[in-house]
Design a protein around this ligand. Sequence first.
Ligand SMILES: C[S@@+](CC[C@H](N)C(=O)[O-])C[C@H]1O[C@@H](n2cnc3c(N)ncnc32)[C@H](O)[C@@H]1O
Length: 681
Amino acid sequence: MSGKRKGTGKPYFDHRIGASFFKKTKEWHHIERLVDRENDLYIEIITDPKTGEILKKRKEPLSEHQGHGSAKKKSTKTTSWGFHQGSDTMANKKAKLELTWIGKENRPKLEPRILIEDPEKSYHATQRHSENDIFDNRLIFGDNLLALKALEPEFAGKIKCIYIDPPYNTGNAFEHYDDGLEHSIWLSLMRDRLLLMRSLLHPEGFICCHIDDSEGHYLKILMDEIFGRSNYLTTIYVQVRYPAKTLKQDMDFHKEIEQIHIFRKKYGAKPNLSVRDLSFDKYIYYVDETGEGKEKVLGGKRAQIFSKDNYKIRKSDPSENGLKEIWASGTILDGNSSGRFFRDYLTGRAKEDGLGAMYKVYGIGDDKFEYRYFTGPKRANATKGKYYQGVPISQLENINTESTSPIENFYDLAGAFGNCRHEGGVEFRSGKKPESLLETIVKHFSRPGDWVLDSFAGSGTTGAVAHKMLRNWILVELRDHCHTHCLPRLKKVIEGEDETGITASVEWQGGGGFRYYHLGPSLIVEDEWGNPVINSEFNAAMLAEAMCKLEGFEYAPSEDVYWIHGKNTETDFLYVTTQFMSKQMLIKISDEVGPERSLLICCSAFRCDPSQFPNLTIKKIPKAVLKKCEWGHDDYSLEIENLPKAPPEPEEPAEDKPVKPRRKFGKDKAVHPTLFDMGGD
Ligand SMILES: C[S@@+](CC[C@H](N)C(=O)[O-])C[C@H]1O[C@@H](n2cnc3c(N)ncnc32)[C@H](O)[C@@H]1O
């Protein structure tokens, strides 16, 4: 296998593990190569196969990677790693089935911001409620694109379940953009966020994206492109409204159903199926026949009718001889043979048999008994009855095996959607989801202790549910309801004061906590002469953390060694200083680092030839990082005034037509919401 995709010049592997023989050491080493196409990265990790120690870690832009042993050579030929320089050919582009839209090729070069905790807003319970209390949850205020990027160094590959409920982009937010430009912008906004979410997902993680039919089909294809078609699991359909008795005058369609597209990160990830209850817990009823029953044929079946004084139903310990009590009403009346029998042959018999009569009907049911008991209404005017079912034979045969059932892909939650307004004690009119829906998602796609993320938090439903279900959570919200809704709602959950939603069903008592963060400012700003300089809002610790993020190091300042601010491997470190580094200072640090370790120094200036220090790499900041990303870009949520100009309207013949006023962009900033806030749910 050559390792390249024929004709594209791109490697077809995402992840490869191999071994290489090093002539120098005469030893075999373990090599792991990763290709991260979204972030344009080629990563190579060399480890000692005996100890597992990382000996070397190399990262470089994928587009610049030249292959094994030739990182500096420029060639358009295929390398031994299987790809060559050069862009995709048109032929290849044509061969790929993909969705295209205006501006698809533009990708923002995001600055990896630091997250700043505000301890005044962070919150935790005053006492531990159990061993399972979770305190390290995160509530982040800010634009989710920058927040997801900021989370990447710490959380890449760690999130088990992502649920998002983005604005649906219903209707035309802007009348000038009915040529599809607005739709294109929505797709770009979603694509940029989904790519980052994919990077955050654990290999066995899942993403669930809630949407309606305005963009739902496009979103599915976009997600196919990002996560791979083979990783599409299903679309869950949710009934969110009751059928309208009278259609609203101004609408042709009444939208009752919404969708949740579900993808896994990697082939092989399995959701948690529903576990069938195989216990006898509900089989606690026992019937004593204390008198004779009257024989009759009902619906072609032999039946004995007992008046209310000729039998007793008592409760006792659950057992395989016990019976389960089921109301014969509602959907049961059509849904199974006992329900139908009650509906067709027992309804209305109270007049003849008396109130509270019991019917023993032979030849019905799937349990070990040859008969099934039914009881009629006990009071005049009542119509409902009950029946008593034994343990199904299939369950008796599988007593010791766990039984699972498939996850359903339709949920009728019209009632729950109608009633969730007060859940969590916060009213939210922009698409609040019921806790019961999130319970289903969290239950099937994560386990206690896993990380759950929602980067369109709204009123904080996902966080509240994840917390009550003992998962770690991260929420991101751009608007002020982060403070007016998410904060108070989550505090109530922690205090055990929220009695709504799933609190009772999961027996939530309170406990745990969360940290509140906001996005740090941009690292580079312009000085009064327009030159890029390090933002004066950064103190030494913030600068060190920001540089670690930019250079791909873990921020891990050492308490003992002043020049260790970040680490890449056990032997490769980062030091950040705004000082000028003299030759004497560099000699001293190089001696301390020693021949077995390496250090990247980011400083404001240095004097000497850096090649005389083989264990040091020296970079000047901010110069060395200027091209790494877009600086000072705070809002990627796309305010209306940033939208591309609408195409000019066709000129009309000079008739006396009234002039249509054009909307002016760039004005009324406070009045216009963002594209991601428009309409929808
Ligand atoms: C439909 S609501 C989510 C409702 C939520 N599922 C609930 O149950 O309350 C979408 C939310 O995404 C937020 N949002 C939109 N664009 C965003 C962005 N760029 N970054 C962070 N949040 C954003 C909106 O402010 C809104 O609160």
